[in-house]
Write a protein that binds this ligand. Structure first.
Ligand SMILES: NC(=O)c1ccc[n+]([C@@H]2O[C@H](COP(=O)([O-])OP(=O)(O)OC[C@H]3O[C@@H](n4cnc5c(N)ncnc54)[C@H](O)[C@@H]3O)[C@@H](O)[C@H]2O)c1
Length: 254
């Protein structure tokens, strides 16, 4: 089941958290993985993990918000079968407390970064006769989350881009789906707690865990397993769908 043997996959933000878990699982199931990462050093850590059990990966220092750089890296990689648009950053704020700079920063990585990789990847997927795209959205695209104005805006756009791409390339054998996790325990969450609640990290961790009706945060590997399935030929009839993976957050929180 779920063999990605002879598939070439690009994972953005593969140096940490969900992206690292996805890169590892894709490689563990046979894919040749190419990691685009703004912090190359973290990409190298993923590479070491993958190599430790004989997997195959390459890391490229690349900021996904820079189209020229993204195009250069994809040209270097050549034809691919899979794109996982995972790189993303967080921001806390409401519409009237989000500065223009912060809004632009979130836009540039979480929306334009996804577009840049789609723009560069689709011609390379076409060369392979088709393939699969996964975009990392969030439950913030589905329901109102407090203090996440710019982030929710961006993730809503990611979900909409997913439907647009799924529609436009369906006749070219390209499937496109998105994944919408609730809280996943990654450095993303640890950094958020450190920055915003330095004096009561443990209490806030517990509180955030309990916002999922299942009573905990997800592990990155649980999201990666869904990504692996969606990338595999076993999911060949699935396109244009957003998958909440949220411990009941969107449907059971009442
Ligand atoms: N952790 C959660 O609770 C959660 C929930 C829902 C959605 N998500 C989404 O999942 C994705 C991954 O989140 P995570 O929790 O693993 O985060 P993380 O911070 O642990 O990892 C994100 C990775 O992306 C890289 N990155 C950031 N900006 C980049 C850029 N401009 N170019 C290239 N790489 C860049 C970072 O260096 C990092 O390695 C994000 O899109 C995030 O919005 C996370």
């Amino acid at each position: 089941m779920f063999s990605l043997k002879s598939k070439k996959a690009v994972v953005t933000g593969g140096g940490s958290g969900i992206g690292q878990a996805i890169a590892v699982q894709l490689a563990a199931n046979g894919a040749e993985v190419h990691i685009l990462e703004i912090t190359e050093q973290s990409g190298q850590q993923t590479l070491e993990k993958i190599r430790s059990y004989g997997g195959n990966a390459t890391v490229y220092a690349c900021d996904v918000s820079k189209q020229k750089d993204v195009l250069e890296v994809f040209a270097q990689i050549g034809a691919i079968n899979i794109l996982v648009n995972n790189a993303g950053i967080a921001h806390i704020g409401k519409a009237d407390t989000t500065s223009e700079d912060d809004f632009d920063r979130i836009y540039n990585v979480n929306i334009k970064g996804v577009y840049n990789c789609l723009f560069a990847a689709i011609p390379q997927i076409r060369k392979s006769g088709g393939g699969v795209i996964i975009n990392m959205a969030s439950i913030a695209a589905l329901v109102g989350i407090p203090d996440r104005f710019a982030y929710s805006t961006a993730k809503g756009a990611v979900k909409a881009m997913t439907m647009s791409v799924a529609k436009d390339y369906i006749n070219e054998n390209i499937r496109c789906n998105s994944i919408s996790p609730a809280r996943v325990h990654t450095p993303f969450v640890d950094g958020f707690l450190q920055k915003n609640y330095p004096d009561n990290i443990e209490e806030m961790f517990e509180k955030l865990s309990k916002t999922q009706p299942i009573g905990r945060m997800a592990q990155p590997e649980e999201v990666a397993s869904l990504a692996l399935y969606l990338c595999s030929d076993e999911a060949s009839f699935i396109t244009g769908v957003d998958y909440p993976i949220d411990g009941g957050f969107t449907t059971l929180n009442n």
